[in-house]
Design a protein around this ligand. Sequence first.
Ligand SMILES: *[C@@H]1O[C@H](CO)[C@@H](O)[C@H](O)[C@H]1NC(C)=O
Ligand SMILES: *[C@@H]1O[C@H](CO)[C@@H](O)[C@H](O)[C@H]1NC(C)=O
Length: 359
Amino acid sequence: MPLLSLTNYKCFWGTLSAFTLCFIFIANSTTLQTTTTPKPCNDPYKELNLILNPNGTVTRLNKPPQSPPSPDPTLPNLVLSKDLTINQSKGTWARIYLPRKALDQKSKLPLIVFYHGGGFIFLSAASTMFHEFCFNMAKDVVAVVASIEYRLAPEHRLPAAYDDAVEALHWIRTNHGDSWLSKYVDYSNVFLMGSSAGGNIAYNAGLRIAARDDQDYKIIKGLILVQPFFGGTHRTSSELKLANSPYLSLCTNDMLWKLSLPVGVNRDHEYCNPMVRDGFEGLEKIERLKWWVLVTGCSGDPLVDRQMELVKLMKNKRVRVVGHFTPGEYHGVQDKEPLKAKQLYGVMKSFISELPSQD
Ligand SMILES: *[C@@H]1O[C@H](CO)[C@@H](O)[C@H](O)[C@H]1NC(C)=O
Ligand SMILES: *[C@@H]1O[C@H](CO)[C@@H](O)[C@H](O)[C@H]1NC(C)=O
């Protein structure tokens, strides 16, 4: 049985003829018939390979490799990187990536503020997988990247990560002491970006920054949400169809929310389900601020229905949103397959470079 059919392949909605980014819409998956019985799951700590310590912290038994930054310009790296403290009391910091060619050129580059994935619970800006992702993103997109170390759940449940994400942007805007940022960043061309849980953080940080009275929102040009991690109590068709996906099963999904949402709320909380409050006031503010939003996803991700639903909600709110959905693949594909990451950088580069410089 054909699981998905492409109903719609079109270029960006007409008003900007210069804008050539095309996107694919996958057929509304309510037409899908296949569902899988979700694997039962009970103990979140066991499922996620965590040990709950008596003091309330967790020990993460999987220890993925980490990489150091490489700030030395005499080494033959195409991208330099260094770590800067944001808030010592919270242990937050940023790893800044600077394409070497920026050192020779006079022009300033866009800044991508990146929030890594890991279900709000795992991984770090120092994780080798994200270090390589950001290194290659800085090189291919030709942008400065600031990859943010934020506090993790369950030690620090949401909204801690959003608070850190917002604080990071404020720190970036007001950090005139750092020469890489002050010399090479075009502060009218800043994007909040994240993949998976990082995409959720970029979205929620964006809503918060848009609603604040300080000047931080002024430097943001848009949001880039790569396979953003959202949920809800009601199961979507894509979640049911891909319930036991080896990359993100429904069980894992539920456990991640259980350990990261505030205690006592369910998945229909606004942090998890952007539809519950209709995106609340934040989306209207984002529309008024004329931010641009890119949402990417793929039909092999159980979360694809929610991602497409968010694109629809934003369109209804007249937010300038581009959905880029591809057939097949899986949740986190860009972290595992360099070729897929490279394709994503291409999509991002077109998105960023083809936006009008002024409105
Ligand atoms: C909590 O307990 C763990 C494991 O015993 C330990 O490694 C960690 O340092 C403790 N953390 C705090 C904040 O006491
Ligand atoms: C760091 O975080 C603490 C705790 O949230 C806050 O009170 C403090 O103002 C922050 N420091 C800076 C320099 O922003």
